[in-house]
Write a protein of this length. Structure first.
Length: 607
């Protein structure tokens, strides 16, 4: 959440800042601003709303080659121009953009007021700007260092000053920052995606590190002022994969990319002749995994739902007890962990604050920490003992789609790998492998029904509530389907185990209540059919996801969307696709901003 861009070099700065901010729009924000120097004078423009609104207020004339830009997701104070970044100290000497939350801002603000400092905004960031100014004599980096040692909380900051207009100062604690290295120019961003058009050479700052960036040099130190040597890494971001192409929205593009991304998630990992998978990222720690007494999956949002499916896989194939925990709750409990526990931290971005804190707590107690994430070089990838990249490519739409299915594939290949080592026979393993290899074609068969699914969406767009019901492996799919609908269409939706409907939610059912049933043919199919009959008896509006040729399901459903028959373990990877498409088309028909839904952020880097 929030986006940071900084530039110093010979080029005009505003086009670079605006391009970077547009590439960071997916992270979620409600206001934006830029600051730069024009003939030594500070210029700043801020706007509530989208980056395009900010662009309309800018005069692209002759501007210097140094500036900073920011998109803000409101925490302290409403989204207003006054609260938008950049923030300037009351004496005008310090200009700052900030991601994160300063937890002790109130006490710091009171002390600064007692010293005569004044404030215009409601933000914690302005406190940081004045705190740096309070300690600024003739060395901006030194003043930033002093301030960073006084604050508590999370921050990724970039600081400039009219008194030292030839440098950018960056500092990180808990909120991601990367430095982009160029030739006679350098960049700073909260996400390497913002720099993809300009450079693939980046330095990743770790917690407690700072950088002093000029046109020709990048000096990195600890906040304690110890010089450190950082390795320049090459990113593999392809610019065409972060463009929409011919699709109207990133979300639709990413739904349709799943024929490719699920394959990328298992490419080079399946061993068909042996009925297993090879995962090089966890091979060194496999003895500890095999001998684990318990596995805990910790995640948030969509990743949590993928984890629930992973629980089924791991327990069924490895016979190791598994728990799935919301990272935001896990981090504040006192969980029973030891060296016989494996904790899997899962996050698309690899930067989710709650998940990072959870894995740090687990490590402190001696557990083996594995990561499953999408972004190479992300914080979770660096903080874990071992892990698996899902290789989904950049996911720009705020509502996760392709990352979910890739995470599920990663969990299945992991469970298969462990299971084949312990007690799963080769024939059972081969059945899973062969179904995985057919998965892209199976998904394509569902995507070919997009027009039919859109027609169903047209009939559902006016409803204000919905229930999603599934059993077994498809219960987490019900949760994920409900989440997708409420994220992007703002329709209230809830997911439940189908059998739980009669323990409360059945009171809501009438002819205005759409009820989505995830009902492929499996060992509990008849039970789901009974649940559908209970809804029909109360005149509910039934939409089912099932297999072709299921005459009974078709008879009981107002609408039936079919998915190919597959191995039961792979059913969630198919049944979720129609629900993603339905959510998308319903949101489009309701006129919602699909890629940037209100109040949401793609990468949640604060509590």
């Amino acid at each position: 959440m929030c986006g940071i861009v900084g530039y110093i070099g010979a080029q005009k700065v505003l086009p670079i800042l605006m391009d970077g901010l547009k590439r960071l729009e997916y992270r979620g924000y409600d206001s934006a601003g830029v600051a730069w120097f024009d003939n030594g004078a500070l210029k700043m423009v801020k706007s509530v709303g989208k980056v395009n609104e900010l662009g309309r207020k800018l005069d692209y004339g002759i501007e210097s080659g140094l500036g900073i830009g920011h998109t803000r997701w409101a925490t302290h104070g409403e989204p207003t121009e006054i609260n938008a970044h950049p923030h300037v100290s009351d004496d005008g000497r310090v200009v700052l953009i900030h991601n994160g939350i300063i937890e002790n801002y109130a006490s710091l603000k009171q002390k600064l007021i007692e010293r005569g400092r004044t404030f215009q905004s409601e933000t914690d960031t302005e406190v940081l700007a004045n705190l740096i100014a309070e300690n600024f004599t003739d060395d901006l980096a030194a003043a930033v260092r002093v301030a960073c040692n006084l604050v508590e909380g999370a921050y990724g900051i970039v600081v400039i000053s009219p008194e030292q207009p030839d440098r950018l100062i960056a500092a990180k604690m808990g909120s991601p920052l990367v430095i982009g290295a160029g030739n006679g120019e350098n960049f700073i961003a909260s996400d390497a995606l913002a720099l993809a058009k300009h450079t693939h050479s980046v330095i990743i700052l770790e917690d407690g590190e700072m950088a002093e960036v000029t046109r020709d040099n990048i000096v990195t130190k600890t906040i304690g002022n110890r010089l450190i040597s950082k390795v320049i890494q090459e990113t593999a971001i392809e610019v065409d994969r972060i463009e929409k192409g011919n699709y109207p929205h990133y979300m639709l593009k990413e739904i349709f990319e799943q024929t490719r991304t699920v394959k990328d998630a298992f490419a080079g990992r399946l061993l068909p002749e042996e009925g297993t998978a090879h995962l090089g990222g966890i091979s060194d720690v496999m003895p500890r995994i095999e001998n684990a007494e318990r596995i805990i999956i910790t995640a948030c949002g969509t990743s949590y739902h993928a984890g629930l499916i992973g629980e089924y896989y791991l327990e069924e194939l490895t016979r190791i007890p598994v728990e799935v925990e919301y990272a935001s709750e896990f981090r504040y409990r006192n969980p029973i962990l030891d060296e016989k526990t494996v904790v899997i931290a899962m996050s698309q971005s690899g930067e989710t604050a709650d998940t990072l804190s959870a894995l740090k707590e687990a490590r402190r107690k001696g557990a083996l920490i594995l990561g499953i994430c999408n972004v190479v070089g992300s914080s979770i990838a660096r903080e874990t003992d071992a892990g698996i990249y899902i290789h989904a490519g950049p996911e720009i739409g705020v509502a996760s789609t392709k990352a979910f299915t890739s995470q599920v594939v990663a969990l299945l290949t992991m469970a298969l790998n462990i299971g084949r080592r312990k007690h799963i026979g080769i024939s059972a393993g081969k059945a899973i492998v062969e179904s995985l290899r057919r998965l892209p074609e199976d998904i394509q068969q569902i995507l070919d029904q997009a027009d039919e699914i859109r027609n169903i969406a047209l009939q559902l767009k006016e409803h204000q509530n919905a229930l999603y019901l599934g059993r077994g492996l498809n219960y987490p799919v019900a949760l994920e389907g409900a989440l997708k609908l409420k994220e992007i269409s703002y329709i209230h939706a809830e997911g439940y185990p189908a059998a739980e409907m009669k323990h409360g939610p059945i009171a809501l059912i009438d002819n205005n209540m759409p009820v989505f049933f995830i009902a492929p043919r499996d060992e509990i199919h008849d039970k789901v059919i009974s649940n559908i009959q209970e809804v029909n008896a109360r005149k509910g509006y039934v939409i089912s996801i099932g297999n072709p040729g299921d005459a009974r399901l078709r008879e009981l459903s107002r609408h039936l969307i079919t998915v190919p028959v597959t191995h039961p373990f792979l059913a969630p990877l198919l049944t979720v696709i129609p629900l993603q498409l339905l959510a998308y088309y319903i949101a489009v028909e309701r006129g919602c901003d699909v890629d940037q839904p209100r109040n949401l952020a793609k990468s949640v880097t604060v509590e």
